[in-house]
Design a protein around this ligand. Structure first.
Ligand SMILES: Cc1cc2nc3c(=O)[nH]c(=O)nc-3n(C[C@H](O)[C@H](O)[C@H](O)COP(=O)(O)O)c2cc1C
Length: 414
């Protein structure tokens, strides 16, 4: 009976355990979680979502407070176009987050950063360029381009001295997205070093419409593999989404995948950034408690627990402090939805906004509980305490379970 440990991911000169822990913003895939994955010989991800906020929480910086102070005059204004990020400070915060993580790295594995194009930050190109370049400067091992087609992203950083040696990958959910990316990046004479293929059962935002259930990860992986073969391209493929046991992973590795990307199982690890009471909600969830909805202002469907406190919460937009989803015109679908509700209910002290959510605020405060489809199986991965709560697991325990388990079994904590 094969196990994941029978396979290795060859990435340049690195030989790795073929387990990649996916990026989970905002600081759900913490430095600590990524460091454990790297220590154990795999790949971990930190996230570049809302890094100034993360830095404030971890390193006592004051980026958010100072930004809010600068734009306080605009808080009651319905138009958020004036709210911009200071690129120097953004680079500084990224340097801190990435630099501290890389300094703490031990072992033979790698640490990548998950970089989402949909964080348009009222200046999409400029802010993305600064975020990636600052991460390269701070020594990140690799960058996984996520949440977007990233058609111009290689071009943004091609003049960086590390452009050819750092590992660069992209997350796609279809062959078409990969074809477009490769075509548009051809000018830089560089292919991605790996491709994460994310299927419809993943957590976070989905690269599918609300018809996500019509799609199947294994089919998409096979399609992409065939096409790469026909094009004579040898790029490691890393399926993601719903790979819950070591045996699930082996099935993909046996079929030619180079590694797997997993996330949901690690949401209940001690190293994960979710507060423990939220982790208990993940453990307790049943299948009917999980939904894919369209409340994310990014326009992508997102999977989450239905009892996430951020759903329907009509708070005043916090763009002066955050503003990560402001598009190139300085607008955000939540701001529009909120302004509409306020105009409809001028007397109301607080409005309800059901169609969109203020994702910056609620992800920052762990009030949108995004999760993978199989979250309802997490209860089978741990033991129950006498008070009914579940035991948190160590990231090492979960990683090793993926690495060594067979027969679809899941090892419970000692
Ligand atoms: C809590 C949570 C947050 C996530 N956040 C992000 C993110 O910020 N960026 C991203 O590209 N993917 C994100 N994902 C997707 C994961 O990185 C990963 O590809 C996917 O969830 C793998 O499927 P699995 O959770 O079924 O193992 C998130 C997933 C979860 C569970």
């Amino acid at each position: 009976m094969k196990r994941v440990d029978d396979f290795r991911l060859q990435l340049g000169k690195h030989e790795l355990v073929p387990i990649m822990v996916g990026g989970m913003g905002v600081d759900i895939s913490t430095a600590e979680l990524s460091l454990e994955a790297a220590r154990l010989g795999g790949i971990g991800h930190i996230s570049d979502a809302m890094v100034p906020t993360v830095s404030d929480r971890r390193f006592n910086t004051k980026y958010v407070k100072n930004k809010l102070k600068q734009y306080k005059f605009n808080v009651a204004n319905t138009d958020k176009a004036v709210v911009k990020f200071d690129l120097g400070l953004l680079a500084e915060a990224t340097a801190l987050h990435v630099g501290r993580t890389m300094e703490a790295k031990r072992g033979d594995g790698l640490i990548f950063i998950n970089c989402m194009e949909k964080l348009t930050m009222n200046a999409p190109k400029e802010t993305l360029r600064v975020r990636i370049k600052a991460a390269l400067d701070a020594g990140i091992d690799g960058v996984t381009l996520a949440a977007g087609l990233h058609l111009g992203s290689f071009g943004l950083i091609e003049d960086h001295p590390r452009f050819r040696d750092v590992k660069l990958g992209i997350i796609v959910s279809s062959l078409r997205a990969l074809q477009l990316f490769i075509k548009k990046s051809a000018r830089t004479n560089r292919f991605p070093d790996y491709v994460v293929i994310e299927g419809p059962l993943a957590g976070g935002h989905l690269g599918f419409g609300m018809d996500w259930s019509q799609f199947d990860l294994a089919t998409i992986v096979a399609e992409i593999r065939e096409w790469l073969k026909a094009e004579n391209l040898d790029i490691p493929l890393i399926p993601a989404g719903g790979i819950f046991t070591g045996s699930d992973a082996v099935a993909f590795l046996d079929a030619g995948a180079a590694a797997v990307q997993v996330a949901t199982r690690f949401t209940v690890s001690k190293e994960c950034g979710l507060p423990e009471d939220v982790q208990q909600e993940y453990f307790k969830a049943g299948e009917p408690d999980i939904e894919v909805n369209t409340i994310s202002p990014t326009g992508y469907p997102m999977r989450m627990l239905k009892n996430s406190p951020g759903i329907g919460d009509g708070i005043r937009p916090n763009c002066e402090a955050y503003g990560y989803l402001l598009d190139s015109n300085g607008s955000c679908q939540y701001v529009e939805a909120y302004n509409r509700e306020v105009a409809l209910h001028p007397e109301a002290k607080k409005v309800k906004v059901l169609d969109k959510t203020c994702l910056c605020t609620h992800m920052r405060n762990f009030e949108i509980w995004t999760c993978g489809h199989y979250t309802y199986r997490l209860k089978d991965t741990s033991r129950r305490n006498e008070d009914g709560s579940y035991q948190l697991l160590s990231a090492e325990h979960i990683f090793r379970d993926y690495q060594f388990s067979t027969d679809n079994t899941i090892a419970l904590p000692a």
